[in-house]
Design a protein around this ligand. Structure first.
Ligand SMILES: [Cu+2]
Length: 437
C-alpha cells in the first residue's frame, strides 16, 4: 500500500517469484544468518539456539519460543510456552502466532492492497539501529526472495521492558505494601511497505498475557495527496494537498496448543441484563456459556467474550486451563466479506494462512477467511482476529508519521491456580481464606 513507483515495480517482480515458489511447493521459510551450532542440547525447544527466543524475566516467569521468517507473513513465532515461577513444567500456549494479513482499501474506491500476500511486506524487513532495541538483542534475519544483494537484515529485536504496576495490595501494617512492577518480553520487527513502515510487536507479559500489535509509522503516501474524490483531509498549506483516507485492517492468525494439544475447545460467553426487580438494588446479570463446536464468524460486543480451553490440562485447583481472547479497539471495515466480522474460528487447514488473497491453497479453494467458515466441526481451532483502523490523516501525521497502534491480547484464565506473580507471603490466600487473627 501507499506505494511509490519504484517499490511498485519492485513489488510486481517479487510477487511473481513468490507465487512461482508456492506453485512449485517450495517452502521459503528462512532463519538467522548466523551459523547454527552443530549439536543442540537435547532438552531444547524444537529449534536450534539461533532460532530460539528464551527470556527469564526478573519476576521469575520464563517465556520460550522459536522463530522463523516467512516469505509472505514475515516473522512467525512457533511453539510458544511459558513457565511461571510456581510451575514445575513449561505450559505451552500456541503452536504458531503470525500476522494473517494487512488489508488496505482506499476510501475513494481507487485501490486496495493486501500488503502481506500482494505487496512484499516480508521483503521490506528493515535493519534496526542499535538504539531501537534498548537493552535487547538484534538478531540477523535472512530474508527469503530478498530484493537486495545481501538478504541478511539486522531486523529482529528481542528485549525486555517494564510495564508499570503488575499489582498492589496493602499489607497488615501501614508500611507493608505488596507491589510488583510488571516485566515484559518484547519481540518486534519493522517492515517497510511503500511509504509506510509497520512495526509488528509481540509482548509476552510475566503474568502470562500476550499482546500483539501492529504500529503504522513511516510517512503518509506522497502519491495520495490528491484525494480525487474531494473528500480527503487537507494536510498541507491551505486546501490543496488532501490525503486520501483509507483503512488498515490487520489480521492475526493464532494456532493454539494449550498444554501441547491442538484439540482445544472454544467457548463464547454472553451476559444479559435485567432491570432491578422490586426490592433489589441493582440489575441482574446472567452470563451464559455457548460451546462453539463448529466454525465461527463472530462479532465483539459489550458483555461478550471468548475463550480457548485446554483439552487436557488443568491447574492446581483442578480448573481447566484456558486463554481468553481480549479484543482491542477496532473500526470494522464493512466493505469486504472477510472484514465484516471481528473474529473467525476455523478448523485447521495447513494451506489457510492469510485472511484474504490467500495464495497457498488449491485453485478452487476460497481465498478469504470468511469463506472458510462453512460448518466444519472444530477439533483443531485456529483463531483469526480482525482489527481495523480507519485512517483519516491529520496535520500531525507528517513528518514522520507518529506510530499508530492496533491490536489485541490473549490472557490466561485459570492457567495457574493463583496470580502467577503472587508473593510467597500471601500464597495461602486462595479461595475462601480466613483473615489471620
Ligand atoms: Cu494509514
Amino acid at each position: 500500500m501507499h506505494v511509490n513507483r519504484i517499490s511498485r515495480a519492485r513489488a510486481r517482480t517479487a510477487v511473481g517469484l513468490s507465487v512461482a515458489a508456492l506453485a512449485a511447493g517450495v517452502t521459503t521459510g528462512a532463519g538467522p544468518a548466523t551459523a547454527q551450532p552443530k549439536a543442540a542440547p537435547a532438552a531444547a525447544a524444537d529449534c536450534s539456539a539461533a532460532y530460539r527466543i528464551e527470556q527469564k524475566l526478573s519476576s521469575g516467569t520464563t517465556w520460550r519460543m522459536c522463530w522463523r521468517y516467512d516469505s509472505l507473513a514475515g516473522l512467525v513465532l512457533n511453539d510458544i510456552s511459558y513457565r511461571p515461577k510456581g510451575e514445575i513444567k513449561r505450559i505451552k500456549v500456541l503452536n504458531s502466532a503470525r500476522l494473517g494479513q494487512i488489508h488496505v482499501p482506499y476510501d475513494d474506491g481507487s485501490v486496495e492492497y493486501d500488503d502481506l500476500t500482494g505487496f512484499n511486506f516480508a521483503q521490506g524487513l528493515m535493519n534496526l539501529a542499535p538504539g531501537e532495541c534498548p537493552g535487547g538483542t538484534i538478531k540477523t534475519v535472512k530474508v527469503p526472495d530478498a530484493f537486495t544483494e545481501d538478504p541478511n537484515v539486522k531486523g529482529l529485536c528481542t528485549t525486555t521492558r517494564s510495564r508499570g504496576h503488575a499489582y498492589r495490595m496493602q499489607g497488615d501494617s501501614a508500611n507493608k505494601v505488596y507491589q510488583a512492577q510488571g516485566k515484559d518480553l518484547l519481540v518486534y520487527t519493522v517492515n517497510q511497505v511503500g511509504w509506510y513502515e509497520y512495526m509488528t510487536e509481540w509482548r509476552f507479559q510475566d503474568d502470562g498475557t500476550i499482546t500483539m500489535n501492529v504500529g503504522a509509522t513511516g510517512s503518509l503516501s506522497y502519491d495520495d495527496y490528491d484525494a480525487g474524490d474531494g473528500r480527503g483531509w487537507p494536510i498541507g498549506k491551505g486546501d490543496k494537498a488532501k490525503a486520501t483516507s483509507h483503512s488498515h485492517n490487520v489480521f492475526w492468525r493464532l494456532d493454539f496448543a494449550l498444554d501441547g494439544s491442538t484439540k482445544n475447545r472454544v467457548e463464547q460467553y454472553d451476559s444479559a441484563v435485567t432491570a432491578p426487580a422490586q426490592g433489589q438494588q441493582a440489575s441482574t446479570i446472567k452470563t451464559t456459556r455457548t460451546k462453539v463446536t463448529k466454525e465461527l464468524a463472530g462479532d465483539s460486543k459489550a458483555y461478550r467474550w471468548w475463550r480457548v480451553v485446554s483439552a487436557t490440562g488443568k491447574n492446581k485447583d483442578r480448573h481447566p486451563r484456558s486463554y481468553e481472547i481480549v479484543p482491542g479497539v477496532t473500526t470494522k471495515y464493512p466493505g469486504r466479506g472477510f472484514t465484516k466480522r471481528d473474529l473467525y474460528v476455523t478448523q485447521y487447514n495447513k494451506c489457510e494462512l492469510f485472511a484474504s488473497n490467500n495464495p497457498g491453497c488449491a485453485t478452487n479453494h476460497p481465498q478469504n477467511v470468511d469463506k472458510w467458515v462453512n460448518g466444519q466441526a472444530l477439533t483443531h481451532p485456529v483463531v483469526w482476529m480482525n482489527v481495523g483502523f480507519h485512517h483519516i490523516a491529520r496535520d500531525e501525521d507528517q513528518q514522520p508519521m507518529p506510530i499508530h497502534w492496533q491490536g489485541f491480547s490473549i490472557a490466561p484464565r485459570d492457567v495457574t491456580a493463583m496470580n502467577p506473580l503472587t508473593p510467597a507471603e500471601v500464597g495461602w490466600q486462595n479461595g475462601h481464606w480466613r483473615p489471620r487473627s
